[in-house]
Design a protein around this ligand. Structure first.
Ligand SMILES: Cc1cc2nc3c(=O)[nH]c(=O)nc-3n(C[C@H](O)[C@H](O)[C@H](O)COP(=O)(O)O)c2cc1C
Length: 387
């Protein structure tokens, strides 16, 4: 079983991730990880923090001479901003009370519920960990998982399909377009016309001190048939992917394939008919409304996931709240925040999906070493072609 944990506060010294159960023998370098970290940091509408941080990962364990050992992989990302927070976020009690506690909870954030739940009197003790800064280390973990998937020609692609009500024109886009155009876009948007409108919408949100959410799509290419299982609720690959995607800060909805649209259509419009290609000895579909998953298992078609992100909760435009100390209402503006972070969330979506698919691959093909996995995978693929 592949598993991971992360640790670290937004303005603490750094972020740590431990990835356990990763097979031996996979080529790993920080270059791939840093590329994904940089992809998470770009995006029109990001705030000032991203100008301070230029994330780089360090591998502290689990890799020797460029290949995974099979032991836990420990990853570290330094917070450059820590230099400005050494006293406020000090481990030592020496600096206690050196900064004023945060007492004004933001609507839409973890602030108030977390403070009450954990019995704190400073909202900073909650917001530091609730912050999406944590997603940087998840992107690093996802990048390592992508290296495993690459060995099996599985690729994870993401793009933004909607921001603040402006939608891409889907019909014009093929996977290759999405791959190239989204990567070149400031908004990870493969449709230039829609991108222009999205940028205008973000500008107007910013001008009004407001924020915007949107939708991104993650596509997993070339999955083998049979990842996940119909036999138990927590083995279903759609359930596992959903939990992973919904665990990303600010994600409020997920769809697989046609998603919510299935509820308004006839069965004959929804279900993907089955065909057989005699030449290549494979079953296939002409449509992929199921988004590559039926009965909790991959069916061999691309996995298609969409996630809805709510607008960023930290607003320049004052929203009503109550000071936890004085109990007086206030309307305050807060500085330095993203206006829209859907493109960044898409890269986080890739990462958490990569982890879940890597985990399912290890579960299916046995996972102590890459060569063992490949033996099992090749044997299974031979069997599938003979069905
Ligand atoms: C990539 C990314 C960047 C984010 N940036 C911010 C930000 O700058 N300011 C903010 O208030 N929330 C930001 N958020 C959202 C909050 O972290 C999130 O809304 C908050 O932790 C509350 O959790 P919930 O929305 O899941 O309920 C961001 C989320 C993601 C995925």
């Amino acid at each position: 079983m592949l598993r991971y944990l992360t640790a670290g506060e937004s303005h603490g010294q750094g972020l740590i991730g431990i990835l356990d159960g990763y097979p031996a023998g996979i080529k790993i370098s920080t270059d791939n990880i840093d590329t994904d970290l940089a992809r998470r940091q770009v995006g029109y509408g990001r705030g000032g923090r991203m100008l301070i941080e230029k994330d780089k990962a360090e591998i502290l364990s689990g890799v020797r001479w460029g290949r995974s050992l099979g032991s836990p992989i420990c990853l570290h990302i330094k917070n450059k901003d820590w230099l400005n927070w050494e006293k406020a976020m000090s481990i030592s009690s020496k600096y206690e009370d050196s900064v004023t506690p945060v007492t004004k909870p933001r609507p839409g954030h973890a602030d108030l519920s977390g403070l009450i739940k954990y019995g704190h009197n400073d909202l900073r003790n909650i917001l530091e960990r609730a912050s999406a800064r944590e997603t940087a280390i998840r992107v690093a973990i996802g990048a390592v998982c992508k290296l495993l998937l690459k060995e099996f020609s599985i690729e994870i692609v993401s793009h933004v399909t909607k921001i603040g009500g402006i939608c891409i024109n889907r019909t014009r886009l093929k996977l290759d377009d999405i791959r190239k155009k989204a990567e070149a876009s400031l908004l990870r948007c493969a449709d230039k016309d829609a991108e222009k409108k999205m940028i205008k919408r973000i500008d107007s949100a910013k001008k009004n001190g407001d924020s915007l959410g949107g939708i991104f799509e993650v596509i997993v290419t070339n999955p083998p048939i049979g990842l996940g299982s119909h036999t138990q609720w927590d083995r279903k690959i759609n359930a596992r992917l959903s939990m992973a995607i919904m665990s990303i800060q600010a994600i409020k909805g997920i769809e697989i394939g046609l998603g919510f649209d299935v509820a308004r259509l006839f069965g004959s419009d929804v279900h993907d008919e089955i065909f057989y290609d005699k030449e290549n000895k494979r079953f296939y579909r002409k449509t992929n409304n199921a988004g590559g998953i039926e009965g909790g298992m991959t069916n061999g078609e691309e996995i298609i996931i969409r996630a809805a992100m709510k607008p960023i909760p930290t607003l320049m435009k004052p929203l009503s709240s109550v000071d936890i100390k004085t109990k007086k209402p206030f309307k305050a503006s807060v500085e330095r925040s993203d206006v829209c972070a859907v493109p960044a969330a898409a890269v986080v979506g890739e990462a958490v999906a990569a982890f879940e698919i890597a985990n399912a691959m290890i579960e299916k093909y046995g996972g102590d070493s890459l060569s063992e996995m490949k033996r099992n995978y090749n044997g299974y693929m031979k069997y599938v072609r003979g069905v």
